[in-house]
Design a protein around this ligand. Sequence first.
Ligand code: SF4
Length: 323
Amino acid sequence: MTESNNMLEIKGLTIHYVTDDGVVRAVNDLNIAIGRGESIGLVGETGAGKTTTALGILKLVPNPPGKIIDGEIFLDGEDIIKKSEPEMRKIRGNKVSMIFQDPMTSLNPVMTVRDQIAEVILLHEKMPAAKALEKAEEMLMKVGIMPDRAKDYPHQFSGGMRQRVVIAIALACSPELLIADEPTTALDVTIQAQVLELMKNLKEEFNTSMIMITHDLGIVAEICDKVAVMYAGSVVEYADKLELFKNPKHPYTIGLFNSIPDIGNDVESLKPIKGLMPDPMNLPTGCPFHPRCDKAKPECSEKIPAGYDIGNNHIVKCILFNQ
Ligand code: SF4
């Protein structure tokens, strides 16, 4: 147990995949903390290590080849790395739930949506089956699906409605932490807005802490309290949402903002970040962003920068802020 009042605290998390071709360094010395009822956006390009971090929190990193090499993950004060698999089964879906990108991969095609929600409820709570079915229908109502659709199968729903069912399953046991991995990427923009609004309302109703994994800063602006920008398996900048949006400091974060079209600003062309995310099997020495960084100095390739607190609980992992 820790004294901290945080819902989740990750310290020095390092996850590698050991393959025949080499070691994939997916998550490297990652540190984040989430308060109760707080939501944090985990932002970064594909390959930044966002999903592996989420799988680490659930102890679902496929082993082999994946392995948590180092670090601590305190969920509600308890170090879950030390938990056994039967203990983790009680935690998943109950204390912490996850919503995946593609609802079809999380739903059972041969069970009605109501039965799938009731199954999760019965797994974690002792109650008669009829009561669980009743509660499943209530959860469907909460996500805007009427009882006359409760006995339908996933294929009878549209993509947006299926994602609503997945959200109902994830929230059925009132988890204290919800991890949403790009939950709206597969949906069109209007449905995306509806699902985000729904998640925001449910999060407030259940006072759930949330990790929103996304590459879309617009989604972070919509739904998160804090932002952690990830690069090459590590958080390179961390701050409250307003602070980070007003005052981005890390050259990578600034590059992300410069890559977004701004309707109020008449620019000839966007400024994408040059180059690509490094191969996690072959990370550059020192600051992993140095081959792409316009501000890089010779020492950037020598030492991994520490995270510097620049005030306002704003952390930047870049030597330019070593005062
Ligand atoms: Fe750029 Fe150096 Fe800062 Fe890395 S440490 S972001 S290379 S200036």
